[in-house]
Ligand binder design. Sequence first.
Ligand code: SAH
Length: 289
Amino acid sequence: MNDPSERKTFPLPLSSVTGGVRKPGTPAPVATPQTATRNAAHAIGGAPLPKAAQPGPKLPGYAMPAAPSAPAAQRSDLMATEAIRRAMVARVAGQGVRDHVVLAALEAVPRHLFIEPALSGQAYIDASLPIGHNQTISQPYIVARMIEAMREGKGSLGRVLEIGTGCGYQAAVLAQLAGDVYSIERIKPLHELAKANLRPLRLSNLRLHYGDGMLGLAQVAPFDGIILAAAGMEVPRALLEQLAIGARLVAPIGGQVQHLQRITRTAKSAWASETLEACHFVPLRPGIA
Ligand code: SAH
């Protein structure tokens, strides 16, 4: 991943964003929903959470289960959710995510709150799921992997931008580990859905914007990290310009075949790029809907 031979300065040739460069010997998890579902099926019951992945920051306002007054059935339901979430995090760790801060953030966010009731039974399998308007909630593994790639080598993150709020899940995870999170969604009903999903979590460091994320948020830039949750053929120039020097942007790049791309702004007019693993995202689209 850090192989200097993979580094390039912009503008990038197309081959560099679709080529799928990977160091020999590194695991090649293909993060398609199908593979992920199979992975999840292996781990039913769940391995214990790695010792280092201690519970992370607690969500302000998120009522933890087992309030003594809750009916017994409801109480055990909530506790089961927590245990299942822990198992999900253990699975993500087993797939190679090592960053304990990211694992703790994943464990802190109740993913079932972001999924429509008919599908909430599948909330903790490692798969993307439909959220309406032909869009999906990203699979937990890829959410964790992208944030890990953005954070690598950084103690903490100040201001972070997400493009593609969708139902708001990744934004909630980011809000656990960054100082301030901004997330942009281009489909109005999804922007509204995310607002509704996130309201009970009362994350005061998270701001949702309705608009075209390809333009970024110039008024708030520079960002200490940017994540795209939708795949384009290249990274929009505006987003590269809104990265702080030393900061990283992680994005899926490609059409039918996609790979995660990590771009580091190394100087005012220099960016270095690395190609990470294969992935599968909905397309990045211009304008608003
Ligand atoms: N972050 C979500 C995943 C959302 S799916 C999660 O936590 O699961 C990707 C989202 O990107 C979709 O909702 C899609 O509408 C949105 N999107 C695509 N192009 C966009 C653009 N130019 N600006 C903002 N959002 C965009």
